[in-house]
Design a protein around this ligand. Structure first.
Ligand code: IPD
Ligand code: CA
Ligand code: CA
Length: 264
């Protein structure tokens, strides 16, 4: 394992243990915007991660959700979600994780995601596969959308929930169902692990998806936007799948978007 992945795994575990411990106590909740929560655990986890990354890789840039990083100055950039699933965490719903992705010139080269509630550690290095607790991951072999379990998410502040509710409605009819579990990083890991056939979201930040998208591609899956165009770390739209159902779902997204344009 290269040093940067070893360090990412160690830090994800340490930060995950911290948020796991803090979950046992009453949480301090503040609002960034209406319905956009942040807790003391998000901030403490981020402070720990940024401090550790900086001491190991002082020259690397860091983009961290709560603003604690130094986002420029290097080709190497860490994308840090110190607690993905904050709303779940604040309500005591045990679906959350820590996510760290390292990109070189906007291409993700390593990622670690740790789920302290299940003691599940996902790790991937570009070209060397994705692993869950040291077991190699492979996406599911399901090739029919009608036999797929899918996932999506709704960002807390987006005005455009109507479009995604439309996708949610239609794809519920066309598949085994949709899960909206509240942690995009874990949703992507679940695609990599073959638990979900696909995951989409309309407005996802770089720190939500850096590590998870590498898990998917290293497990043999595919990541694009909703129109099937190549994935970009800084783009908002994402559709990740096992590859086999990709075109079928892209077709549905495209048809529905075209209908919306016609109606407008
Ligand atoms: C959120 C979660 C959620 C997704 C949102 C994200 P946070 O991240 O990943 O599943 O739907 O778009 O903002 O705020 O819990 O770190
Ligand atoms: Ca997040
Ligand atoms: Ca977060």
């Amino acid at each position: 394992m290269p040093e940067y992945l070893e360090v990412a795994v160690e830090i994800a575990r340490e930060a995950g243990a911290l948020i796991g411990q803090l979950a046992q106590r009453p949480r301090e909740i503040a609002y960034k915007r209406p319905s956009d929560l942040v807790t003391d655990a998000d901030r403490r986890s981020e402070a720990l991660i940024v401090e550790r990354l900086h001491s190991h890789f002082p020259k690397h840039a860091i983009v961290a959700e709560e603003g604690g990083g130094q986002p420029t100055g290097s080709d190497y950039c860490w994308y840090v979600d110190p607690l993905d699933g904050t709303t779940n965490y604040a309500h005591g719903f045990p679906v959350y994780c820590v996510s760290l992705g390292l990109a070189c010139r906007d291409e993700v080269i390593a990622g670690a995601v740790y789920d302290p509630t299940r003691d599940e550690l996902y790790a991937a290095e570009r070209g060397a596969g994705a692993y869950l607790n040291h077991k190699r991951l492979a996406v599911s072999k399901t090739s029919a959308l009608s036999e797929s379990l899918l996932a999506t998410g709704f960002p807390p502040f987006a005005a455009d929930h109507e479009t995604n509710i439309g996708f949610f409605f239609r794809l519920t009819q066309l598949s085994h169902g949709i899960r909206r579990a509240g942690s995009a990083a874990l949703d992507l890991c679940s695609v990599a692990a073959g638990r979900f056939e696909g995951f989409w979201e309309l407005k996802l930040n770089s720190w939500d998806k850096a590590a998870g998208t590498l898990m998917v591609t290293e497990a043999g899956g595919k990541v694009t936007d909703l129109a099937g165009r190549p994935f970009g770390l800084l783009a908002e739209e994402i559709f990740a799948s096992n590859g086999h159902i990709h075109d079928q779902a892209v077709q549905i997204f495209s048809e529905m978007l075209a209908q919306r344009v016609q109606r407008a």
